[in-house]
Ligand binder design. Structure first.
Ligand code: ATP
Ligand code: MG
Length: 329
């Protein structure tokens, strides 16, 4: 079996230019010198804060700032560049390989770098270092070759909201050079397979619920028959039946068409029933990679077998715990 994805020491950092609301407020307060020394709760004009809460606000601000400086809250490495902008390392020397025909899951807490990793593989972001290949093509040097073989479903899929799913999908299909007549049939087939009522296929997207729109996003990605499908939280926001519909389609795609899939999910059960192997990432780094069964062997247990959720909490919770311990009283 050949390699569908090769990721070697992939590294991606972001520079946060804007300051958060809290940072701006803190800076302003520092400049004003208002009750910063926490003595009388007055502002720079000497007015006493009516509710007398300025000391508390300042204490909260100091705590928030201490936390911001220590970490971005997700366990990512963080520093500052020459301009004082915060640098977040979103993907930190990540390496793994996905085999052709494999369903590969990526689990991780919010902000751990999953979507960034997917966007690097999808050629939507350039890595700062490392190497990423899709079916042997380099994402930086041969992005067109890569794009021809992949498609991506993201949680924030965008559509022309006044147009219907049919119109949106026909538009998408044209970008891939797919024939109109055949595509119409496929759109109906795929969307009804995903559990969408036929009349919704011709109604404006803006009238559809988030879950229904998510199904349209999945259908759009399937139309181009990608060899690699990148699914960023494909079932988030779907009801249990719709989730199962999508999961069944994922399996069918792999079994009937040999599609390789890399998916992220916050649903541990989904990862367990769907994925051949799962990588758990935390703070931009892979902390474990194995089959769901293999991952369960990684943590100590007495008698009963741990769930994937137990493994997730054990492997991604340490940093959080450590940070909590460090917060000044
Ligand atoms: N365009 C961007 N500019 C600046 N920082 C970004 C950008 N995109 C992501 N980040 C930061 O990179 C880190 C990883 O974000 P990412 O979206 O990859 O996380 P995630 O694992 O997909 O989270 P979630 O589970 O919430 O979707 C976060 O700290 C995030 O704030
Ligand atoms: Mg994400």
């Amino acid at each position: 079996m050949s390699d569908a994805i090769i990721v070697k020491e992939a590294y991606k950092k972001f520079e946060k230019q804007g300051q958060s609301f809290w940072q701006q407020l803190l800076k302003k307060n520092n400049k004003n010198g208002s009750s910063l020394n926490g003595d009388n709760g007055s502002n720079k004009n000497g007015h006493i804060n009516k509710n007398g809460s300025s000391q508390q606000i300042q204490a909260d601000l100091n705590l928030a700032n201490a936390n911001l400086q220590k970490n971005n809250g997700n366990g990512h490495s963080q520093g500052k560049n020459g301009k004082g902008h915060r640098i977040i390392v979103a993907v930190d020397k990540v390496s793994f390989t996905v085999k052709e025909n494999e369903i590969f899951g990526v689990l991780g807490p919010n902000g751990s770098g999953k979507s960034t990793l997917i966007r690097l593989i999808a050629t939507l972001l350039l890595p700062d270092d490392g190497e990423l290949k899709v079916f042997g093509y380099d994402v930086v040097k041969q992005p067109r070759k890569v794009r021809a073989l992949i498609n991506r479903v993201s949680v924030e899929a965008s559509f022309f909201k006044k147009l219907s799913p049919m119109e949106n999908l026909l538009y998408g299909a044209r970008l891939y050079g797919l024939p109109g007549g055949e595509t119409r049939k496929q759109v109906v087939q795929i969307l009804t397979r995903l559990g969408l009522e036929e009349r919704s296929i011709y109604s404006p997207m803006e009238e559809m619920s988030r879950g229904m729109q998510q199904k349209v996003a999945i259908a759009r990605a399937l139309l181009s028959q990608p060899r690699l499908l990148l699914l960023d939280e494909p079932t988030t926001g779907l009801d249990p039946r719709s989730k199962r519909d999508v999961q069944a389609v994922v399996r069918e795609l792999r079994d009937d068409f040999g599609t390789t899939m890399l998916l992220t999910t916050h649903d541990m059960h989904e990862a367990e029933v769907l994925c051949d192997r799962v990588a758990i990432i935390d703070g931009g780094r892979i902390v474990a990679l194995d089959t769901p069964q293999g991952l369960k062997q990684l943590i100590p247990h007495n008698g009963s077998e741990p769930t994937l959720e137990d493994v997730f909490l054990e492997l991604t919770g340490k940093q959080l715990k450590k940070e909590e311990d460090e917060v000044p009283a």
